[in-house]
Design a protein around this ligand. Sequence first.
Ligand code: KG4
Ligand code: ZN
Length: 393
Amino acid sequence: MKILAIETSCDETAIAIVDGEFGPGKTIRVLANTVHSQIAIHKEYGGVFPMLAKREHGRKLVPLLVETLKKAGMYRTTSRHVIEHPLRPEFQEIFEREQELYAQFIGEIPSIDPPLFDAIAVTEGPGLEPALWTGINFARALSLVWKMPLVPINHMEGHLLAGMLEGDASELHFHDIGFPVIGLLVSGGHTEIVLMHDFGQYEIVGETKDDAVGEAFDKVARILGLPYPGGPEIARLALLGKTGKYTLPRPMLNSPDLDLSFSGLKTAVLYLVKNHGALDEQTRADIAREFEESCVEVLVKKTVKAVEHYGARSVVVGGGVSANKRLREALARAIETACDGVSLCVPAAQLTTDNALMIATAALGKDMLRDTSKGSLSAKGNLRIGSKTLFER
Ligand code: KG4
Ligand code: ZN
């Protein structure tokens, strides 16, 4: 199965082309994997602005597709001009709110010889709806011109599957995982503990009641005067920090469920900083260290609790915050000591933050499960990976 995958849910414009099959023992060949990060644009504002993200996706999708096709050795031009009627009604509807994308699409796509893909996969949610729409509309237009099926993908499912992959930039395989799996999804928009009975079968058994952990990293970074995105900045600063200098709360550490909370922790940092007065470099580092420590401690404790409760055989971590070294180390230590025989899978560095390889992987899985969910394709900002199951002690 050859898949073209498109991801635009937040501030990365990403396209990947893979050829492979889904599941243990199967190989996914990465023909091309490109990401255009908008961080430099959003940095100025300290966070992601949805309409700005949308505009940038609109500008970058077509050139990024050309670059990705070239990398995959699939870029060929044709004089046949594959779009006969660029003003036909379907296009008008698709590009109604995508003026910039439309101009680029019409300028470039008609002269590309249609590459042979089995399907075009695109993130339908969750994420920033204006940003999601641009990727979806681009995918819809391509599928119309190139006459290929469209596969809508849940971004969080992509993150979870990315955590199961091992290999290098050119070839990926699935880790040897055992079900049930406990998935720890930690990104800028989501923090969820997912019980996975099998591929495609998800239940959310714990989640944040307020801010996502990545969001807390970003907000605390701002309080400490660090640039966006805050996660890597806090992690870097925390390396210089000492423990025991400040004490921050561990929200919901001992709550009877698997839920989490990070908003109070962020507020605690805000008050600590307000009451402290001017901060020298060492103080900022000590606060960053304690904040990171607090996030890691609650995430690890709730993950281990979930493993024990559901008799999980593997833990899979996904999402941008899974890049955090201290989180990876603490999880490995805790699982080694408290969860006998349980394996831990973390994504390769390039697959932690948003990318389209994870979207392509999820699309291969849809075929395996014969998921024929057609429906109308629309941006679903709050799309969930599964329904929430009450945690019963
Ligand atoms: O998955 P992702 O790229 O985008 C969303 O789907 O939200 O996650 C981005 C988040 C940001 O909040 C960023 O600060 C955080 O991941 N992040 C980290 C680290 N690297 C990225 N958080 C903690 N430590 C890191 N090393
Ligand atoms: Zn993400």
